[in-house]
Design a protein around this ligand. Structure first.
Ligand SMILES: [Zn+2]
Ligand SMILES: [Zn+2]
Length: 191
């Protein structure tokens, strides 16, 4: 997909300045956990960018209609994305532990996690990653065609939303036949 970049201008020149930034993303589909999702209308974002003094805060919503398939019955299933975006883009990398580390061994207080921030680069804020992660975060772990989907019969594959199969009753019969008491049925036991 095309990167979503906001180029900083005079509207965000001073701390406290804010401006809205909305737009459309033409992403036809995406994948998550081996599942394929289709976005027939793409995605829409509606953000507010704020100059927070040390960086630009981007907050708002990402919305879209998603079509996939039900994890229980494999029939088409759809859901709505309403993902929250909340990301801070620093003007400069923070004075991290490396700068203060007097013994020079890049001490243990400096961890990978300290790299976990976005930066304003070339006077621009690249929102692509923040928007994509909002999409993935808001994609349900289990997608269902309806909340009470009965799924497929594990024995014959019948879609149980469309009707019952006789596997359950046959299974009960089979268990009864296998019962040790079944063998006694035919016996003529003396009283
Ligand atoms: Zn289903
Ligand atoms: Zn069945």
């Amino acid at each position: 997909m095309e990167p979503i970049v906001y180029r900083l201008d005079s509207r965000l020149a001073n701390p406290g300045d804010l401006t809205s930034f909305a737009g459309h993303i033409d992403l036809p589909s995406y994948e998550l956990g081996g599942r394929e999702f289709v976005l027939p209308e793409g995605l829409d974002y509606d953000l507010v960018l704020t100059n927070g003094g040390e960086g630009i805060l981007a907050s708002g919503m990402l919305r879209g209609h998603v079509e996939g398939s039900c994890d229980r019955c494999l029939e088409p299933a759809s859901f709505e994305i309403a993902g929250e975006v909340n990301e801070y883009y620093l003007f400069a990398a923070p004075q991290d532990a490396r700068a203060h580390d007097t013994d020079g061994d890049f001490g243990e207080d400096y961890s990978e996690e300290d790299d976990d921030f976005f930066l304003v680069e070339d006077d621009s804020v690249d929102l692509t990653e923040a928007l994509l992660s909002a999409l993935l975060m808001d994609t349900p772990f289990v997608v269902l065609c309806r909340e009470d989907c009965k799924g497929l019969c594990p024995h014959c594959g019948q879609n149980l939303n469309e009707g019952e199969c006789d596997c359950a009753s046959r299974e009960a019969e089979r268990k009864a036949e296998m019962s040790p008491f079944a063998a006694l049925k035919g016996l003529d036991l003396p009283e």
